[in-house]
Design a protein around this ligand. Structure first.
Ligand SMILES: [Zn+2]
Ligand SMILES: [Zn+2]
Length: 358
């Protein structure tokens, strides 16, 4: 479940914890064997006790970094009162269960991502594998890419799915509402795109350094200073709804820019100001990408063929197996968007289906 496919930002030069002022800190929690480097777990002081925003990857070294970081801020893991999750990905929600076990904290998440957690926990690996194989085949994946999946199915030896043990949240984050946090004014903003239930959390309190703008925004993976989050399809074997995650993401970006936050506290890389300027960059990036893809579709292509021709952070033949699946999902998200905009269409009677520019 690689997150970001464009540029790396490991932030090795930043300290283990940062005091952002006004009862907000960040703790760097490493993600093992990942070029992204770390998750920034945020600690928010409330009148009922400290609350975490995201928890980090489920790994002993990550757990140790989290508890050591908290201890250096004078907080014991047992004292954690609640956990707010921006989205279900394992670098954000991985340690939530362990935090709850140690502290009795509640865990809150948007319903759409809670549904993904529920589904993943109960997923039968064979069903998931069949779904993935069928999906890749219909996207035009070549036989040599499908072979390992078919072999795993035949042998009955299926790898466990990531997120199989992810903690079920016990509270729901309701978009638009103020979160019930004693002494704090934190509002949930639904920002689907990267995942169906991604939320940003807007701390509607005066910036402690009096920076111009309206408060601070915990942006999760939605808005990051130097990388673009992965936007694929919302994978669900049980749901045949044709979703448009890229369209969701782009409108979520506009919603976030309109908040006019003084500072953004993202879950990777580093804090930054002027979110509207970053949103403008990202919108321009995706607009340019859609234009490029439309040009590529002068020749009808399957999603797989489109992914092969798209620009990635390395040549296609050097992209590892699992990342190709993610890349195809990203190509499909762009195709959905182009079709929705009336800039491309599925070519009739093609199998696997090809798409052509309009
Ligand atoms: Zn993510
Ligand atoms: Zn992430």
């Amino acid at each position: 479940m690689t997150e970001h496919t464009h540029r790396r930002g490991d932030g090795t030069d930043t300290p283990a914890t940062i005091d952002h002022g006004g009862g907000v800190w960040s703790i760097k929690v490493p993600i093992p064997d990942n070029p992204l480097g770390h998750t920034l777990v945020h600690l928010l002081d409330t009148d009922r006790g400290p609350v975490l925003i995201d928890t980090g990857w489920d790994d002993p070294a990550s757990w140790s970094a989290l508890t050591t970081g908290l201890a250096s801020l004078g907080v014991r893991i047992e004292d954690i009162h609640g956990v707010l999750i921006t989205h279900h990905h394992p670098d954000h929600h991985g340690l939530s269960g362990q935090v709850r076990e140690a502290s009795g904290a509640w865990i809150a998440m948007h319903a759409a991502d809670a549904e993904v957690v529920r589904r993943t926990r109960s997923a039968e690996p064979g069903v998931w594998l069949d779904y993935l194989t069928a999906k890749l085949a219909s996207a035009g994946a070549p036989p040599d890419h499908l072979a390992p999946l078919l072999a795993a199915r035949d042998s009955g030896r299926m790898r466990t799915l990531p997120g199989l043990d992810a903690a079920l949240p016990d509270r729901e984050i309701t978009p638009g509402d103020l979160l019930p946090l004693a002494g704090r004014t934190l509002r949930a903003i639904w920002t689907p795109g990267h995942t169906p239930g991604h939320v940003c959390l807007h701390l509607e309190e005066q910036h402690p350094g009096n920076l111009p703008g309206r408060g601070r925004l915990f942006s999760g993976d939605h808005l990051l200073p130097g990388i673009t989050p992965h936007i694929g399809l919302y994978e669900d074997p049980d749901d045949t709804t044709v979703t448009d995650p890229l369209g969701d993401y782009l409108s979520s970006l506009e919603r976030i820019a309109a908040l006019d936050a003084a500072e953004v506290l993202p879950a990777h890389q580093h804090a930054f100001t002027t979110p509207a300027a970053r949103v403008t960059e990202l919108l321009a990036h995706h607009a340019a990408r859609l234009t490029d893809l439309r040009t590529l579709l002068a020749t009808p292509l399957t999603p797989w063929q489109l992914a092969e021709r798209m620009e990635w952070n390395r040549p296609w033949d050097q992209i590892p197996y699992g990342s190709r699946n993610i890349a195809v999902s990203e190509a499909e998200a762009h195709l959905r968007r182009l079709v929705k905009l009336g800039h491309a269409e599925a070519v009739e009677d093609t199998d696997p289906v090809t798409y052509a520019a309009l």
